[in-house]
Design a protein around this ligand. Structure first.
Ligand SMILES: [Ca+2]
Ligand SMILES: [Ca+2]
Ligand SMILES: [Ca+2]
Ligand SMILES: [Ca+2]
Length: 356
């Protein structure tokens, strides 16, 4: 983001606003019409489909390329003079079927171009990722790009989240890098990262809002390299935030015990599960309503480390390694009375399992 440019735009916007105000005529104040999300989605998909049919990318460059980078990715518009080389691919043929999702109660579709799947862990919609990107519009104008890797929270609805919802929808289709190496000059090289492009309708981006270089109701696209992913536990209660999406709607809007708190702006707000350290409000912290397990793995005698990735009931809290001996501490969900309700969400169960 070019801060200087952005500041100038803000000043320009303020001047326009002041000018309108002086006129004392409300009809002069620019008003953004709030459009129907489903109708806008249909229009955006038409625009994106048209773009994908009218552009190709340098697929041949990436065939057998063991180090694919977005800096090498070239998307070119097809015109009377420009015909794609046979070895390259029209985007519409390369993206495959659109991905489907639901956001704000509306059925959405978006496209992904996969250049490299990635060799590491798969992020969930509520995790933090480390990545680089270049954002561009369907006019092929770049509106934003990173000069070095950044870290962001994918979780929708989380306070101070800087990412649009499309990131949380697209990233789980990729994997982070399998490894990284620190170079002599202190920079980091990532091995086998997820590399691709997402083509997003405005409803999974800024929708009615505009941004520098992005008018209201505009689909946007991002080239990206996904380097690392970190499981988030926003309230530190031992339960990863993606598990605190109880109704599995991809949004952290669940509030099992219907309690509230006064937020930093002074408003009464629901104390949502992902931010609540006693999710059933029974006085026993969630942490203490989980089973604590410690694993000791001696790799010197060939013992193998268990893999907890994707495990829906047992979550790694810490992992240390010393002289070939790995120690992993986990928290595991418990249902003491077998009523299909986990103890931490069941206010009739008040068994304290641990106090670490
Ligand atoms: Ca949690
Ligand atoms: Ca709550
Ligand atoms: Ca919680
Ligand atoms: Ca509790």
């Amino acid at each position: 983001m070019n801060i200087k440019k952005f500041s100038l735009l803000v000043v320009a916007a303020l001047l326009v606003f002041t000018a309108c105000k002086k006129d004392d005529d409300a009809s002069d104040v620019p008003v953004i019409e709030i459009r129907d999300r489903a109708e806008q989605q249909a229009a955006d998909m038409d625009s994106i489909n048209k773009y994908l049919r009218n552009h190709y990318y340098n697929k041949s460059y990436f065939t057998g390329n063991s180090d694919p980078r977005i800096a090498d990715l070239v998307i070119t518009e097809i015109t009377n003079e420009v015909i794609p080389p046979e070895a390259d691919s029209l985007l519409i043929n390369a993206v495959g079927d659109p991905k489907s999702t639901v956001y704000e109660g509306v059925d959405y579709q978006f496209y992904i171009l996969e250049i490299n799947k990635g060799g590491g862990k798969t992020p969930t919609f509520a995790d933090n990722i480390r990545y680089i990107y270049e954002g561009f519009t369907l006019d092929n104008a770049i509106f934003d790009e990173t000069s070095s890797p950044v870290e962001s929270d994918l979780a929708p609805g989380v306070q101070n989240r800087s990412l649009i919802s499309g990131w949380g929808k697209a990233m789980p289709f990729f994997k982070a890098a399998s490894n990284f190496e620190i170079n002599n000059d202190g920079t980091v090289s990532y091995v086998d990262p997820g590399v691709g492009v997402m083509f997003l309708p405005s409803g999974l981006a800024y929708f009615s809002q505009s941004r520098p270089g992005i008018p209201s109701y505009h689909p946007i696209c991002f080239k990206f390299e996904l380097y690392q992913t970190f499981v988030n536990d926003h309230d530190g209660d031992g339960i990863p935030s993606y598990i605190e999406d109880v109704d599995k709607n991809g949004i952290l809007d669940d509030n099992t015990d219907d309690d509230t708190f006064r937020n930093s702006s002074g408003f009464i707000a629901p104390l949502l599960d992902y931010f609540d350290t006693d999710d059933d409000n029974d006085g026993i912290p969630t942490r203490d309503e989980l089973e604590s397990i410690t694993y000791t793995i001696n790799t010197n005698i060939g013992e193998e480390e268990p893999n907890f990735e994707g495990n829906a009931i047992e979550f790694v809290q810490s992992r240390t390694e010393s002289n070939g001996v790995i120690t992993i501490k986990t928290k595991k969900l418990v249902d003491s009375n077998g009523d299909d309700k986990w103890d931490y969400l069941d206010d009739t169960i008040k068994i304290r399992n641990s106090n670490d």
